[in-house]
Write a new protein. Structure first.
Length: 216
């Protein structure tokens, strides 16, 4: 969670857009762009969206993350304090083909995770549904609805948030000069995220066409 309000970022975006009175680019529109910016940053830099959460266990071996989850980062421990260790699925399958139907317990000893199923993981022994796990997962940022809302990703990304919001604002009009400015702003956004190679590709000859603002 950050500490900067959306209003502070809106004001900075308006300054860059030469629209301090926020007529050409009204506040509700810029708030939409900041929402998109937060989500784009998390898509490119998942660590920006990691939160710690206590997940109530679900009966059985399969555990599903909250609805706002993008992907699991790691399972830290049982709420009782006992560590849960990541194990390779092939290893546990070879050791015990029936591990999914083992005797349930409140605490897990190991967990299995695959990027192919980013919102699910499996525990052994299976859960009896009475325990809970402390986990870290990548959260989809919420919709920013007011200038008093605090950004949900770390403050270090504030410059990138403003640049992406301005990029989307420039993309809206479709004018050639605005599209050129948008390309420059998008490149600066990628540099802010440490994605310099992608930024350089964005300004190569022939790359100044109108991109999908939500593309990676």
């Amino acid at each position: 969670m950050g500490s900067i309000t959306a209003g502070e970022l809106v004001d900075e975006a308006s300054r860059i857009l030469y629209d301090r009175v926020q007529v050409a680019y009204p506040i509700p529109e810029l708030l939409q762009y900041l929402t998109a910016a937060q989500r784009q940053i998390v898509a490119l830099k998942p660590e920006a969206g990691i939160v710690i959460h206590t997940l109530a266990s679900q009966s059985g071996s399969r555990q599903t993350l909250p609805n706002d989850a993008v992907a699991l980062s790691r399972v830290i421990r049982n709420s009782s304090g006992r560590t849960i260790v990541l194990i390779d699925q092939r290893e546990i399958d070879e050791q015990n083909v029936d591990w999914h139907s083992a005797t349930p317990a409140a605490d897990a000893e190991h967990y299995v995770y695959s990027a192919e199923t980013p919102r699910d993981f499996w525990v052994t022994p299976p859960s009896d549904g009475t325990g809970s796990y402390e986990i870290a997962y990548v959260k989809t940022p919420s919709t920013i609805q007011a200038v008093d809302d605090v950004i949900e990703i770390p403050d270090i990304y504030s410059n990138a948030l403003v640049r992406y919001a301005v990029y989307l604002a420039y993309m809206r009009g479709g004018k050639t000069q605005n599209l050129n400015a948008a390309s420059i702003m998008q490149s600066a956004f990628l540099v802010d995220l440490g994605l310099r190679e992608q930024a350089e590709r964005k300004v190569e000859p022939g790359m100044r066409k109108r991109d999908n603002p939500y593309s990676q």
